[in-house]
Design a protein around this ligand. Structure first.
Ligand SMILES: [Zn+2]
Length: 234
């Protein structure tokens, strides 16, 4: 059930069927020249909308902002900080816990390191304080990446490449504006750089040119199947 469509009575009735709260986390982040800034948000939200048809849950509105590091200076990326994300998660979970929800699926369409660490830290703090909750914190790609890399042709595909472009072709083809060139970041690890755009001008990690709607459909269905199973595991 989509939380924001519920009335007070719908909420109370649904709470008798489920105490699971699925919260999608996205970003406003560059995804090359060809994918929309909300790619991460749309992918995870669409996955959860399908999961919601398979198993009873409350589907929260997405958190559209996340932590973006390597893409932070690219045009269009609008990020939030580590503490902001952690605080928001705590506030949302504490408030929904007060309303009777107990199983929390915090799932992200963005798999960046700092972003996932902030989500996990918030989750760890929450399970210490709220002793009657179950909590799963993950990105969609934690569940499908191994198979996804077998399904696509680009080795090491990551950001705005074959996988994400295929998913968006399947979900929102009208928002895919051609294809960016194949590209990879060239950050001089372990050095941190100020000029992030200079080391990664295209903002693409992988080859969008190999993307196809059919691959997107398979990847999407796999994600729905895996997340459905996870909700049942609560
Ligand atoms: Zn993405």
């Amino acid at each position: 059930m989509i939380l924001t469509d519920c009335t007070m009575k719908d909420f109370t009735d649904q709470l008798k069927r489920t105490k699971t709260f699925a919260v999608p986390f996205g970003t406003v982040e560059e995804h090359g020249e060809h994918l929309p800034l909300s790619t991460d948000t749309m992918v995870v939200q669409e996955v959860l909308k399908c999961v919601d048809k398979n198993v009873p849950l409350f589907l929260a509105p997405p958190l559209h902002y996340g932590i973006c590091t390597s893409t932070s200076q690219h045009p269009g990326t609008i990020g939030i900080g580590f503490d902001s994300l952690r605080s928001l998660i705590k506030d949302i979970v504490i408030s929904s816990h007060e309303k009777g929800l107990r199983n929390f699926l915090l799932i992200s369409g963005h798999a960046g390191g700092s972003h996932m660490t902030a989500m996990k830290e918030a989750g760890e703090d929450l399970i210490r304080c709220l002793t009657d909750v179950k909590m799963a914190v993950l990105s969609v790609y934690d569940l499908i990446l191994k198979e996804a890399l077998d399904m696509v042709e680009t080795k090491n595909d990551s950001h705005a490449g074959e996988i994400e472009t295929s998913l968006m072709l399947y979900l929102r083809e009208e928002l895919v504006k051609g294809r960016s060139k194949e590209g990879y970041p060239e950050f001089p690890r372990p050095f941190l750089v100020r000029d992030k755009v200079g080391y990664w001008p295209g903002g693409v990690w992988g080859d969008p040119g190999k993307a196809a709607k059919e691959k997107g459909e398979k990847l999407f269905n796999l994600a729905v199947e895996r997340v459905t199973k996870l909700v049942k595991d609560f």
